[in-house]
Design a protein around this ligand. Structure first.
Ligand code: SAH
Length: 465
């Protein structure tokens, strides 16, 4: 972090701008908006600055900068085009501990002024630390266009209700946070964003009354698919829930990039699961979900890919349903879809495959074997999850049951992530290739004629500019 971001309260604070041109004028406008008690030192002023002086908004000293002018100031901005003066101002401020900014000279700045999106009291400040001002402005323009103006109304309203809400929830902090979360997404927010401040206030009052009447601490579990690993492939719903969870239970398929998007204060519980190395047995996970929800927590169960595809999601919510815990299931991009797209291997194709089957290659003692005879159609694509270890067995069984040994086959490791690795061969050669390329889980095997399209359609997971 090159700069420490802060918002400074400058109301009625003595501040100084040196310079009377257009650049100074922009800074003066900002400082006036922030309520500063502003002095402007410059022999000449732009007409707009002159008007501000005449209106009594700023105190004007009609001369050049002199040593000692910064004394007593909180903050100084130098906007002159005289390098000697700029350096003198900078030195004086540094010597006396006054915050100083020399416009367009980062090396003479103790603080820099960010690009801002102003939805007061909500304020978004963007800075590239002086490295890429155009990029910062570009981002500002995008946020400006995207962020409804009503957000200011909403933030003001939240401010007005803050004390009242605090008092009514007392030390029940989690409930208070939950109230705000639902209030800021509910009717009050809709009205505020539409500019109806009064309607929004009424809706918020009603919501607060409802929340007070409902004193039960009701937790909930969200079973959320986090996709195959690339954070860009999360759903909006997943991201939203990640930001409101009290506690998150995740396993090793959930990448650290994705975990970084979970609300910072949420408790994080690793519950493991590599093929044979379970940090917590499934039954324990099921019980833990129930227990946490019964404590009134918003529980996020984050799973790789889609929760209902080889994710044991069904078992987890079964336990919740039995215990009357409210739950929601959010689909994710299953790794077959992710790997297929990112490796340029369509799972179906009019010329090569009319159907696709997902199977698991993981075998546990006592589990039944796959119905191999059903998996040998030459016009079907077969996707094998959890199949790295069993690949030799799987390929051998398929060939024995009649699928051609020359059938194209691919294995894709860590699909959709920067470490994605794709190896292609045939049913006969794949097991040796897996050894040779040291492929490790998580990886998916795709078997079928569609795999030949990889050579032509692979885009190497590099986004189009
Ligand atoms: N629910 C998950 C699957 C869980 S089973 C989903 O819908 O994708 C775990 C298996 O998923 C792994 O053994 C591997 O075969 C596959 N897998 C998950 N993420 C993957 C990735 N990024 N690349 C390749 N395979 C992946």
């Amino acid at each position: 972090m090159d700069y420490f971001p802060v918002f400074i309260d400058l109301k009625n604070q003595p501040c100084l701008v040196v310079g009377g041109g257009d650049v100074a004028q922009r800074k003066v406008s900002l400082l006036i908006a922030a309520g500063a008690q502003l002095t402007l030192i410059a022999p000449q002023l732009t007409p707009s600055l002159l008007e501000l002086v005449n209106n009594g908004r700023i105190h004007h000293v009609p001369r050049n900068w002199q040593q000692g002018d910064a004394i007593g100031m909180r903050l100084v901005i130098a906007a002159t085009n005289n390098p000697t003066v700029n350096i003198a101002i900078h030195s004086e401020c540094e010597a006396t501990g006054i915050l100083v900014n020399v416009v367009d000279h980062p090396e003479l700045c103790r603080f820099i002024v960010p690009s801002i999106v102003d939805r007061s009291p909500l304020m978004i400040a963007i800075s590239s630390g002086g490295q890429a001002p155009v990029l910062a402005r570009h981002l500002r323009a995008r946020i400006e266009a995207w962020l409804p103006h009503g957000y200011g109304v909403l933030a003001r309203l939240a401010g007005q209700f803050r004390d009242q809400v605090k008092t009514s929830f007392g030390d029940r902090e989690r409930e208070r946070r939950r109230f705000w979360e639902s209030a800021l997404e509910g009717a009050a927010a809709e009205k505020a964003l539409a500019g109806d401040e009064q309607g929004a206030a009424a809706a918020l009052t009603a919501e607060l009354e409802r929340a007070q009447a409902d004193t039960r601490q009701q937790g909930a579990v969200y079973l959320v698919g986090a996709g195959p690993g690339n954070p860009d492939l999360l759903t909006f719903r997943a991201l939203r829930l990640m930001q409101k969870a009290d506690v998150v239970l995740y396993d090793n398929l959930v990448s650290s990039d994705i975990l970084a998007l979970v609300r910072r204060d949420a408790e994080r519980l690793y519950v493991g699961k590599k093929a044979s190395n379970h940090a917590l047995p499934q039954e324990e996970i099921n019980k833990l979900l129930v227990k946490l929800a019964q404590e009134g927590k918003t529980v996020l169960r984050l799973k790789g890919g889609d929760p209902f595809i080889f994710g044991r999601g069904g078992e987890e919510i079964d336990e919740l349903a039995q215990n009357g815990i409210p739950f929601e299931v959010v689909p994710g991009i299953t790794s077959a879809a992710g790997a297929s797209c990112y490796a340029g291997i369509p799972l179906t194709h009019r010329d090569y495959a009319q159907s696709v089957t997902f199977v698991t290659g993981h075998r546990q003692a006592g589990e039944t074997e796959l119905d191999w005879a059903r998996l040998t159609s030459p016009t079907e694509t077969l996707v094998v999850y959890m199949g790295v270890k069993e690949a030799p067995h799987i390929c051998e069984r398929l060939i024995t049951h009649g699928r051609a040994a020359t059938t194209p086959a691919a294995i894709i490791e860590k699909a959709t992530t920067p470490e994605q690795k794709t190896v292609t061969g045939t049913l006969a050669t794949l097991p040796a290739l897996i050894e040779q390329h040291k492929i490790k889980p998580p990886a998916l095997i795709i078997i079928g004629e569609v795999v030949q399209l990889h050579d032509k359609l692979d885009w190497h997971g590099v986004p189009v500019k």
